[in-house]
Design a protein around this ligand. Structure first.
Ligand code: MG
Length: 406
């Protein structure tokens, strides 16, 4: 019998996916990759296939599958994997019969259905895709408790909280404190943020990540999404989850106990720690990573977040307090606004404006019931966000038109 744990990685060519494969190599033969999924980077995926020999891979489209077959021929890979596409392919990877653990590291809403199916199938899910919990936290946690699946966070703050909470009773914990680096605009004025370019927003001070999460870090929406994520992972309410700005990103998060004691998890800013923890829990295994050298740290600083310059924080707390499908609408609006900013069609400071318009419009009267409802609200909020963006662009054209005709 094979004692290796079968692993599926959704989003294998992204930052978390690549780091997961590095962790597996360092762990030796504990895990075996059985399924991978990737979007469009077929060159990287074919190299991963050559090295890890998964039984199944999933890619975005048939066109990608054709490119992948070519790449595999070029590399003379002897045993090519079965190839699936689209959402059906992602779900097949997430529910692969030989996978006991699924690393969910796709970006955004596309990860929702496959992650939910993995939980329903009783697999351990190491979750990097926070959007899935924001969109449908209730469905995800319900599915996990019904099947007995474990949900372990890879997001560094939640991974830190998981570590801090390991030995504590829920009733003895007063609050969770998520640390935030503050992003590249931490010390900028509102006027400077209005004029921020994509290149400036992509310059994250401490973490090297994909485009979506880097922009979310620049608006602090990433932290807002993380507050909602923490609610679903650990069962704390909005009033029991706080944010503190900590530019050095050494303290990955803290918990405060009812006697005033605080527990913190500290470490270097390398996602491989959190990934390995989520894969090997409840065991801890050595890593090749250099530990944190406390004597080299001159300062650890902490400050309250500025909700005026970063209104996404207010919007996220509002959505969590409102409950129901409000977080689903918030997430959809944010994804569309971020895409639009990355495409040069929206200012950074318009992102929270788009989100506010969408959540103002959202009818939150019916409770969150099922996946179809979540997907319908996701689509509706995306359409509303597109409209809100068009409105903002129109108003810019109107204010500029006198200059253009003169
Ligand atoms: Mg994080």
């Amino acid at each position: 019998m094979n004692k290796q744990t079968g692993l599926a990685i959704l989003g294998s060519t992204g930052s978390i996916g690549c780091n997961t494969l590095r962790v597996l190599e360092a762990l030796g033969d504990t895990f075996r990759v059985v399924a991978l999924s990737a979007g469009r980077n077929m060159e990287k995926l074919s190299a991963q296939i050559e090295r890890h020999r998964p039984e199944f891979v999933s890619v975005e489209t048939e066109e990608c599958a054709g490119l992948l077959r070519e790449e595999l021929r070029r590399r003379a890979v002897a045993v090519a994997p079965r190839i699936g596409t689209g959402e059906a392919g992602l779900v097949e990877a997430a529910t692969h019969g030989q996978a006991a653990c699924v690393v969910s590291a796709t970006v955004g809403a596309v990860g929702l259905v496959p992650t939910l199916r993995a939980l329903e199938a009783g697999k351990r899910v190491a979750l990097a895709n926070k959007e899935t919990l924001v969109m449908a936290g209730e469905l995800m946690t319900r599915a996990a408790s019904a099947s007995g699946a474990e949900l372990l966070p890879i997001d560094s703050e939640h991974n830190a909280l998981h570590q801090c909470l390991r030995g504590e009773r829920r009733a003895e914990v007063r609050r969770l404190i998520l640390t935030a680096s503050g992003g590249p605009f931490r010390t900028c004025s509102s006027a400077e943020m209005e004029a921020a370019t994509v290149a400036e927003a992509m310059r994250h001070p401490t973490w090297d990540m994909g485009a979506k999460i880097t922009i979310d870090s620049a608006t602090l929406m990433n932290k807002g999404l993380e507050v909602i994520e923490a609610h679903w992972l650990f069962g704390f309410d909005a009033d029991e989850i706080d944010i503190i700005v900590h530019p050095e990103s050494v303290v990955h998060s803290l918990v405060e106990l009812i006697d005033g004691s605080m527990l913190a998890q500290l470490g270097v800013t390398d996602m491989r720690h959190a990934i390995q923890y989520a894969l090997t829990y409840p065991e801890r295994r050595p890593t090749r990573l250099a530990p944190l050298d406390l004597t080299k740290l001159s300062t650890l600083s902490f400050a309250a977040p500025d909700a005026e310059r970063f209104p996404c924080l207010t919007h996220a707390y509002r959505a969590l307090r409102a409950g129901g499908t409000m977080p689903t609408a918030l997430n959809a609006a944010n994804e569309i606004a971020v895409q639009s900013f990355l495409g040069g069609k929206l200012k950074l400071t318009d992102i929270p404006r788009v989100i506010e318009q969408v959540i103002d419009q959202h009818d939150n009267s019916s409770p969150l019931r099922d996946l179809n409802q979540v997907l319908a609200i996701d689509r509706e909020a995306r359409a509303q966000a597109v409209e809100a963006i068009a409105g903002i662009q129109n108003s810019i054209c109107k204010t500029q038109s006198p200059i253009m005709v003169s």
